[in-house]
Design a protein around this ligand. Structure first.
Ligand code: MN
Length: 235
């Protein structure tokens, strides 16, 4: 059986919809996994949901409430949906604890960092001078800025790259990496663009959207997740 990769859904409170952009599931399938969309569930069912999967993919989305990293909201903090924050932070902290192979994308990377005790810039423009354009005005598949990968990082070993051109759709970013996280990539302005956690065979967060890009490095990210999840399945 192919490994099951649980993908966290986004939520539209005004519609009452769990939503998930198709490219996440498509990328998991292309890498040889079976995608399983994880909706918002009641608190008492989260653990069982988690036990179903061999790997986790934390998808992109809106902002995480600054409350979760001990800050009052900045003026430009965006839309927050508290139940989704709580749900994803639970899955992330338990996923890290259980050493489930996982990949966080954009908000997903931020969720991993916050769940592990790190903090975020609530708005790069407002709180961090000299930042590049991190919310690009080009369509999603096109890379807008460069990231430099830490040479010994898992990210660099898995992608086989030390420099990547990536897309960018975020106004928040990791400020203090969680104690258990190491920074595996930064952009030229010093913004954290990827983090990774030891312990599991694959626990990486990237600030860009590899699911929307079609280069080899993006494919290798999903393949690394699926491969690690296949190992987890055999345990
Ligand atoms: Mn960026």
């Amino acid at each position: 059986m192919k490994p099951l990769i649980g993908i966290t859904c986004n939520f539209r409170p005004e519609k009452g919809w769990n939503v998930l952009a198709r490219d996440y599931a498509r990328s998991v399938e292309e890498a040889g996994g079976i995608p399983l969309a994880l909706p918002l569930v009641e608190k008492e069912n989260r653990e069982e949901l988690l036990q179903l999967v061999h790997g986790l993919l934390f998808s992109g989305g809106g902002d995480i409430g600054s409350f979760h990293y001990g800050e009052e909201p900045a003026r430009l903090q965006g839309k927050v949906y508290p139940p989704l924050d709580e749900h994803e932070i639970y899955l992330a902290s338990r996923g890290l604890e259980e050493r489930i192979p996982l990949l966080g994308i954009c908000r997903g990377m931020q969720v991993l960092n916050v769940a592990a005790g790190g903090s975020l810039y609530q708005d790069l423009g407002e709180q961090r001078t000299g930042s590049l354009q991190h919310y690009q005005k080009m369509p999603r598949p096109y890379p807008v800025h460069t990231v430099f990968l830490a040479e010994t990082s898992l990210l660099s070993r898995r992608t086989g790259e030390t420099v990547l051109r990536v897309n960018s759709f975020h106004h928040q970013a990791v400020k203090d990496p969680a104690p258990a996280a190491s920074v595996s990539a930064v952009s030229s302005d010093g913004v954290v663009e990827a983090v990774e956690f030891g312990g599991s065979s694959f626990a990486v967060g990237v600030q860009w959207h590899p699911e929307n890009m079609s280069n080899a490095a993006s494919r290798r990210l999903f393949q690394s997740l699926v491969k690690a999840a296949a190992g987890k399945q055999l345990e």
